[in-house]
Design a protein around this ligand. Structure first.
Ligand code: ZN
Length: 116
């Protein structure tokens, strides 16, 4: 079952990044478990480097969005940057640690993919 907020959020993200790859991006993230996403790896290679950038990934996590807008840097990847509101929200239990961990895993996938 898809997370109800995800489709709407992906749509918003698509217009946000305006890369003209809406269909591919929408099918990229699939919810397979309660808090598990799989990434369509061939799909991400197809759109790389014009698909998801590291600093855009947070926009695909609907509950991150209210916080990431307040990060000090708009290129924040929410790992180690100073002034990161997403990490602060995780510390304050406003974002589930499991979701943040999923985010970090996806971020690593994107990084590894960029080495191709
Ligand atoms: Zn951040």
């Amino acid at each position: 079952m898809m997370y109800p907020g995800l489709n709407l959020r992906v749509g918003e993200v698509s217009s946000y990044s305006s890369k003209g790859k809406h269909t591919t991006v929408t099918s990229l993230l699939q919810k397979t478990g309660s808090d598990t996403f799989v990434i369509d790896t061939p799909g991400i290679r197809e759109i790389d480097p014009y698909g998801i950038r590291e600093e855009d990934l947070g926009h695909y996590f609907a509950e991150f969005v209210p916080f990431l807008e307040h990060c000090r840097f708009n290129t924040c990847t929410h790992r180690h940057e100073p002034g990161c509101y997403v990490r602060r929200a995780v510390d304050d239990n406003k974002i589930l640690k499991e979701r943040y961990q999923s985010y970090l895993n996806l971020l690593r996938t994107i990084e590894e993919d960029m080495n191709f």
